[in-house]
Design a protein. Structure first.
Length: 241
């Protein structure tokens, strides 16, 4: 993994572009290389080192059988995150963060189960016995649940980690994870506080290309963790025979 991180690739993707200098968070100072035309430029060597650190930790979490919940509701990140998380079969939130998603997980699970029960109604014919008005109400409820929670339908327990794009925007998710001691991995731009997360990756979190580049390393690590878990499970199965 480490050898795959090319500074040139990060540069080409625009990962080094920070925010306007007047919008900076002083805690990002160690990760800033210079200032150019009123914009902070991120030190990509530090970014590469932090990606390495994050991917190693994520591999272990995934190999232990836990899931990583990806969180990104900003326009530039939504589609990229949905695609990347789906590619490694991990849950994600790209619509509004449902308050209490982690701290009140039982209630969120009930909402997900409601979605399943509506699907069951459609299969067993119960749905057809409803009036036209009731059908419309149920359909609307199902659509709303699918939009907000469909991507976490398979998440039956709390995630082993959170991966966040833009900690300022996703501050509620960050606070909930902090409360439950769930490790937080995040792309942190020059206007954010890296101390709020466990694994901060200094990077431009406003451009789709930059987000996609960083996520490609992250999802590669998740894949490696999944492969490692499968290999371990096969070894155990062979030993038990």
């Amino acid at each position: 993994m480490a050898n795959n991180i090319e500074i040139k690739d990060l540069l080409d993707a625009g990962v080094h572009f920070g925010h306007l200098t007047r919008k900076w968070n002083p805690n990002m100072a160690p990760y800033i290389y210079m200032e150019r035309n009123g914009i902070h430029v991120i030190n990509l060597y530090k970014t590469a080192a932090k990606i390495e650190e994050a991917t190693e930790a994520l591999k272990k979490i995934v190999a232990s059988g836990k899931k990583v919940l990806f969180v990104a509701t900003k326009k530039q990140a939504k589609d990229v995150v949905a695609e990347k998380a789906t590619s490694v079969k991990m849950p994600y939130i790209t619509e509004r963060w449902p308050g209490g998603m982690l701290t009140n997980f039982v209630t969120i699970r009930k909402a997900v189960k409601k979605m399943s029960s509506i699907d069951k109604m459609k299969k067993d014919g119960t749905f057809d016995t409803l009036s036209k008005r009731e059908k419309l109400h149920v359909e609307r409820m199902r659509e709303k649940l699918e939009k907000n929670l469909g991507s976490i339908a398979d998440m039956s327990r709390l995630p082993g980690a959170l991966f966040v794009v833009d900690t300022l925007r996703e501050h509620i998710a960050v606070k909930e994870a902090q409360k439950l001691n769930i490790p937080i991995f995040a792309m942190v731009d020059t206007n954010s506080d890296p101390r709020e997360v466990d694994f901060a990756i200094p990077a431009n979190d406003d451009a789709s290309k930059a987000i996609e580049k960083v996520l490609s390393y992250i999802t590669e690590a998740v894949n490696e963790g999944l492969s490692s878990r499968t290999a371990d499970a096969n070894k155990e199965a062979d030993a038990a025979e």
